[in-house]
Design a protein around this ligand. Structure first.
Ligand code: MLT
Length: 407
């Protein structure tokens, strides 16, 4: 008799964004004439930058002839892309990262979900609340938690991100080994300063812990004082892995390309307390379970770093930031407390009512889809998240409808 991995039974029935998509589909079926504007999932809506399209076409043409054809590429990514990433995203900001520490992949969702495989099942895991559900659910699937009780999995250390701490969690009061952090934050849109990140790096060094730093939204940072990478913090090479994505800066949600940085100094420990480098472990996993991102996609990603690509992606991000500014302005005028929207595409709104109730109200009365904060954790109850990923025209219409529905 084949037995299942019973840890899966601890999970809530459906993944947050699938659940929302189902509810929206049901609403649209019931109200076929209602126009629904989606400010829910952080999925981009604008076309790929022209530089990426050109690189894509060129790469496809290369694939059409025997002399330019590419079969399997290196699992870790082509050298041209790894080099461009190391130089532009890190060395240009004074962060010491080399091309062979970059692992190209098909998504930060997969990487942030898969990374926990490298660590022991008794690792003590600290997870922010609210949080991008992938970090949490993959640890549940792996068996690192007990059951869900009172909206929290037993055995995890939750790091509350609340109004009181400006949505940047405080250090844990009990020992932890693995720490998930995300800045600019999903879902709250909050940002962390160099000093705040330094506190975490120092903690990790003192406690032989490791930080998993999700920087998928770094391109939205416009405040020059804020760090874009954890490697801008001294000592982070020893204690942090960073995840990046081309999804939100260059519109690759449907194209798929991301990367993970594992510095060679990054260490974890075996059962005899001997240091073990994490880099070869991730390399081994990557080579075994992944066969690389396609050549045309990597050429398109490389184009993000060309002069035109840089200008075009900046413009793309600016257009979403303009939406975010509009959303934040209206929400503020309506008298709600909120965070985010300036260095982030997300606006986290204290709704003063149940999150799902607020979700239903916006869907029914305004025809606008948001994400209920409770879906991101217990601390998200009473909040909703609005995303800036849509056209400016749609955001103008959505905010006008929200204004009418809530006034
Ligand atoms: C979100 O809406 O939180 C994100 O788009 C989800 C993702 O990037 O997977």
């Amino acid at each position: 008799m084949l037995k299942i991995n019973e840890h899966f039974l601890k999970l809530q029935a459906s993944y947050l964004f699938s659940d929302i998509a189902k509810r929206v589909a049901a609403f649209q079926e019931e109200h076929p004439d209602k126009d629904v504007i989606k400010l829910g999932i952080g999925d981009v809506t604008k076309p790929l930058p022209a530089a990426c399209i050109q690189a894509f076409h060129k790469a496809i043409d290369e694939m059409a002839v025997e002399s330019g054809f590419h079969g399997y590429g290196p699992e870790q990514g082509y050298a041209f892309l790894r080099e461009a990433i190391a130089v532009n995203d890190f060395q240009a900001r004074g962060a010491e990262i080399n091309a062979d520490e970059v692992f190209v992949s098909d998504g930060a969702k997969c990487d942030t979900g898969n990374i926990q495989e490298l660590f022991s099942l008794d690792a003590r895991v600290a997870i922010p609340d609210p949080v991008y559900p992938v970090y949490l659910d993959t640890n549940v699937m792996a068996g690192r938690t007990g059951n869900l009780r009172d909206d929290r999995y037993q055995g995890l250390v939750y790091l509350d991100s609340t109004k009181e701490n400006n949505y940047v969690p405080d250090l844990p009061t009990e020992p932890v080994d693995l720490i998930y952090l995300c800045f600019p934050n999903n879902p709250t849109g909050s940002t962390a300063t160099i000093e705040q990140l330094k506190t975490w790096v120092d903690y990790a060094k003192e406690n032989k812990a490791l930080i998993l730093f999700d920087a998928a939204y770094e391109a939205f940072i416009r405040d020059d004082a804020l760090p874009h990478s954890i490697y801008e913090i001294e000592g982070a090479r020893e204690v942090a892995i960073e995840f990046r994505s081309f999804s939100k800066n260059a519109g690759f949600t449907g194209t798929r390309c991301a990367y993970t940085v594992v510095p060679k100094e990054c260490m974890a420990y075996d059962s005899k307390a001997n240091k073990q480098a994490v880099h070869p472990l991730w390399n081994r996993r990557h080579c075994t379970k992944f066969n690389g991102v396609s050549y045309p996609v990597q050429r398109a990603a490389e184009a993000v770093y060309s002069t035109e690509g840089k200008a075009q992606t900046r413009e793309l991000v600016s257009s979403y930031l303009k939406n975010a500014d509009l959303i934040a302005g209206v929400i503020g005028e309506l008298g709600f407390d909120y965070v985010g929207g300036d260095n982030s595409p997300y606006i986290w709104i204290q709704g003063n009512r149940d999150s799902w109730e607020f979700f239903d109200l916006l869907l029914n009365e305004a025809g606008v889809v948001c994400t209920p904060g409770a879906g991101f954790g217990k601390c998200g109850q009473g909040y909703i998240r609005l995303s800036a990923f849509n056209s400016y025209e749609n955001v103008v219409r959505a905010m006008e409808r929200i204004r009418q529905a809530l006034k």
